[in-house]
Ligand binder design. Structure first.
Ligand code: ZN
Length: 486
């Protein structure tokens, strides 16, 4: 029995009698027409036996995504994903979710070389040590977690789900080598400022106490400096906080977590190479997936006024734009194609600026071309003009025209400059020019010209890169005209 992987029909029947027709992962019923998979609770690959105590029913969807995890781990993982939904989470949130409260105050007493702590259920004593360099006093203790609070002053960063998850798995088989580090203030409050992910992982796993090193009578300012310096070389472990990083984590899940735990500097190029070499994705697939994360981040930005005009966001209503059209015009034209080599969140990394710039430009487009204009129900001349402006070929042609006008205005001549025109900090003065260019393009006669044969409308609607463009040229809607007078 020990070396086989499959159950026979009789054994499967008995597993179902034990658990019912429910998926072990989330407890949801499995529909009669849906197949049932049988999964090891502790994985076969890690010595889990194939017997009735170690097998449970799982639905098809969860069976496909469970990988090498045990059922227990997979359940915990889904629970953790749920916990991380919404606002950023801190150590306090983890303690509160397990204990109902955190940061409880307590009394302590110092006698000779000992500290005595008065917790509700225990009064442990620990010996003091003194740092030979700074003279700071500290002790080692096993602390009840409800007395611990996150140190917002020394350690303001939110928890990262991948780090917490990897440590959670790690501690299922390994011991904790170094303790988390806390300080104790004069009011008897404990603040944890280093090792928050390992603390969070163990509290999540149900530990009611964790091992800590605790400083007393420290110099706050120097402790803060020391802590910042200590984290310098390990910045990638927890410093990445852009929305885009969260988007990557959402979209790439385990792959992103795995990449984040690799050695060395982290960048889009590094992740691209990781997807190709470790995950065996093709160049095109790796590039497209990274690009898609960027596009989604921009569309999901609540500040983006153009998103409201996407048909994908308002099914059933007639909308001027689709995701595909936005991709072919704005995203393909105005973003530096991934992967860029700049280290994430370093001074050289301008993805955040680039996103802000493009959302700014999209807002100008929405304000000048659609707001108060687009109205299919009314279908007046103002709406019909907007319809022409936002027809498939027209959008593609004027997006290029706008980009060329901006680059010419900025005196960008090399291909590299023209490609990276938004990959930098752009100030408000420049945006005032961009708005004037947009207004000028949208004021051209081409959008109002009489069209008895329907030829103009047809040529603007043609979804390719050249038909609308050649019409623009015939009608004089070109860079020189857009820039004339500025
Ligand atoms: Zn399931």
């Amino acid at each position: 029995m020990a070396d086989k992987r499959q159950l026979n029909d009789e054994e499967k029947k008995r597993v179902l009698e034990k658990y019912g027709r429910r998926c072990f992962v989330d407890g949801e019923p499995i529909a009669d027409e849906e197949p049932i998979e049988f999964h090891h609770i502790k994985p076969f690959s890690r010595g889990g036996p194939t017997n009735l105590n170690n097998i449970a029913p799982v639905c098809k969807k969860h069976h496909l995504t469970i990988g090498t995890m045990s059922l227990q781990e997979y359940r915990d993982k889904l629970e953790l994903e749920k916990f991380f939904e919404g606002d950023p989470k801190y150590l306090d949130d983890v303690i509160q979710s397990k204990k109902g409260h955190c940061g409880a105050e307590f009394k302590y007493e110092i006698r000779d070389n000992l500290i005595k702590m008065y917790f509700k259920d225990a009064q442990p004593e620990y010996p003091f040590y003194e740092c030979p360099t700074t003279g700071w006093k500290y002790f080692y203790a096993t602390l009840p977690v409800e007395y611990i609070a996150n140190d917002k002053e020394l350690q303001p960063r939110a928890l990262r789900q991948p780090s917490m998850w990897n440590l959670y798995r790690h501690f299922q088989m390994n011991t904790q080598l170094a303790p988390s580090i806390c300080r104790i203030d004069d009011n008897g409050k404990l603040f944890l400022f280093d090792g928050q992910h390992k603390a969070a992982a163990q509290i999540w796993a149900g530990h009611s106490k964790i091992e800590c090193k605790v400083y007393l009578n420290h110099d706050d300012r120097r402790l803060k400096e020391t802590n910042l310096e200590a984290h310098g070389p390990f910045r990638q472990m927890s410093f990445y906080s852009h929305e885009l990083m969260k988007k990557y984590a959402d979209i790439f899940g385990e792959d992103w977590a795995e990449y984040m735990e690799t050695e060395g500097e982290k960048s889009e190029l590094g992740f691209f190479n990781f997807l190709m070499h470790s995950k065996k994705k093709t160049r095109a697939k790796a590039r497209n997936e990274i690009a898609l994360a960027m596009y989604n981040e921009m569309i999901d930005d609540p500040a983006n006024k153009l998103s409201g005009y996407l048909s994908e966001k308002h099914r059933g209503r007639k909308q001027p734009l689709t995701f595909a059209r936005l991709k072919k015009s704005f995203f393909d034209q105005m973003l530096v194609p991934p992967p860029v080599k700049d280290e994430f969140e370093s001074d050289a990394d301008h993805r955040k600026d680039e996103k802000g710039n493009l959302v700014g430009l999209m807002n100008i487009i929405a304000e000048e071309g659609l707001e108060g204009r687009w109205n299919p129900e009314r279908n007046d001349s103002t709406h019909r003009k907007a319809e022409r402006i936002f027809s498939a070929g027209a959008v593609r042609a004027w997006a290029v025209l706008l980009k060329d006008a901006i680059n010419t205005h900025l005196r960008h001549y090399t291909d590299d400059e023209r490609r990276r025109f938004f990959y930098r900090n752009v100030d408000n003065d420049e945006f005032n020019y961009f708005r004037q260019f947009v207004q000028k393009i949208f004021s051209h006669q081409i959008w109002d010209d009489p069209d008895p044969s329907g030829e103009i409308v047809a040529r603007l609607a043609r979804d390719d890169a050249t038909t609308a463009k050649s019409l623009f040229e015939e009608k004089g809607l070109i860079v020189q005209w857009v820039l004339g007078g500025y």
